[in-house]
Design a protein around this ligand. Structure first.
Ligand code: ATP
Ligand code: MG
Length: 287
């Protein structure tokens, strides 16, 4: 595989040793002064790299964002992709599945939204919801039209295996996969919910259901730990990014994406002898 998972203190190890309780929600590295400047530099590099990605038309880039509510998925996507050619990227948000989606296996809807070669695809929530919200609320499974008896002792590992194997297949075929868990603390989430209640321009973001969902915090943390350990692999790494400081988080995400694109050695395609001959006849035609 041509892709190296960028080094980072937030890289989730590939051996199953990741523990949510040890993952920091606040910055653990220095260099977060001038965070906005770092992020802007990374974004401008990303814009250049995306153009070469498009010209090469071989790789695609899939970036997955998962997080608890109010961790900052939307603002991170906005900040990181700012300035990137809109025709070279696409963002999909996955909400509760529709009845058409429930008529298919759980990987169907995300599979049909995967980025084409040459493009950057962003998933705001993803197939991972099937081992996160559904694991926390297994009663959701009854609407999924699964054949036979549901075995709650095996279904989550089975699903994680399906996800892991699909990612390996995609990586072998040219998809660069990066996955970010925006790790916000329970206290910071509370502050952000309160500011949605207090500030008029944030009221629209307030969702009473999100506050109720907070009761299941520990169950979510358990589900995240299982999911990240089962699916952080060299070809599809997870990064657990501290999310209590948004500028820091955005800078870290942007620079990991840039490092990953650097590591695949993107180059503008070089014309073949045949292409050059065609260029010459085109030149003759134009003179
Ligand atoms: P925002 O609140 O910022 O607009 P969001 O991603 O939270 O964005 P919502 O419409 O509030 O969007 O919530 C989407 C909900 O859909 C989440 O609670 C999520 O857990 C749920 N969801 C996503 N995928 C699935 C799935 N496969 N099965 C069940 N629920 C899902
Ligand atoms: Mg929401």
């Amino acid at each position: 595989m041509t892709f190296d998972a960028p080094e980072s203190p937030y890289l989730v190890p590939f051996d199953g040793s990741f523990r949510v309780k040890d993952a920091s929600t606040t910055p653990i590295t220095k260099g977060h002064l001038h965070r906005k400047k770092h992020r802007k530099e990374a974004t401008s590099n990303l814009n250049k790299l995306q153009r070469v990605l498009a010209a090469g038309d071989r790789h695609s880039v899939l970036i997955v964002f998962q997080a608890m509510d109010a961790a900052g998925k939307d603002s991170t996507i906005r900040a990181v992709m700012q300035g990137v050619d809109p025709s070279g990227c696409q963002v999909f948000s996955f909400k509760k599945p529709s009845s058409q989606e429930l008529d298919h296996d759980f990987l169907w809807r995300t599979t049909r939204s995967l980025p084409e070669r040459g493009r950057i695809g962003i998933f705001n929530r993803s197939q991972y919801e099937e081992v996160l919200v559904v694991r926390v609320h297994p009663q959701i499974l009854t609407a999924q039209k699964l054949p036979g008896e549901i075995n709650l002792d095996t279904i989550w590992d089975d699903r994680l295996q399906s996800i892991r194997e699909q990612e390996e297949h995609l990586a072998r075929n040219g998809t660069v996969i990066l996955k970010f868990w925006l790790n916000v603390s329970k206290d910071e989430q509370k502050k952000r919910f309160l500011s949605r209640l207090d500030q008029a321009d944030k009221n629209w973001k307030f969702e009473p259901r999100d506050v109720v969902e907070r009761r299941h915090w520990d169950a979510y943390m358990h589900a995240y730990e299982q999911a990240l350990n089962a699916t952080s692999r060299p070809w599809a790494p997870w990064y657990a990014i501290p999310a209590d400081s948004k500028p820091y988080m955005q800078a870290r995400v942007a620079s990991i994406i840039v490092d990953a694109l650097h590591s695949i050695g993107l180059k503008y395609p070089t014309p073949s002898d045949e292409d050059r001959a065609e260029f010459e006849s085109a030149r003759a035609e134009l003179t």
